[in-house]
Design a protein around this ligand. Sequence first.
Ligand code: ZN
Length: 193
Amino acid sequence: MILPIYAFGQPVLREPALEVEGDSPELQTLIDDMIETMHEAHGAGLAAPQIGKSLRLFVADLTSYAEDLADEDGVVPEYATKPLVFINPEIVLDEESPEVDVEEGCLSIPELRETVWRPDALKVRFLDRHFQAQEMVADGPLSRVIQHEGDHLDGVLYLDHLSPLRRRLLKRRLNAIARGDIEADYPLSFVRS
Ligand code: ZN
């Protein structure tokens, strides 16, 4: 089922999310719905607060980067071949790795894209959708998506990484999004809807 994505201005996007306590049929349905919703909106990631659930859970899909991520023999890393599920992730940034600037967008903030600086590399521990403990070292687009979605679980948006001046310049457009004064080709939920 495709779920409406909570737009900028919705309080849940600013709340630290709660640990996922355990598996349930409802959780598995929620994960399937989040993957379907991410695909419908052509996003590379979607965090549970973005569909109004304050849970430490996000999904990601790097398949659109598969060609770029392939090695010289054309072999695509496994993580870029299918949707990924991260439950209760613990992200440790590699502060030694160089910061890189990448243009980011967010399904909760339609139409806007801004350059965000973040460290390139990280390590993440998490549970997959079968509640198996996993550990991953990431850089490039995977690291970027994990950092962006991980921020959502702490009530942080990529806007918070921009300069105060840049944020001031975006204020009117952000207010318009919060009012629902925006077009998107996927369903959105606004504060007053
Ligand atoms: Zn986002």
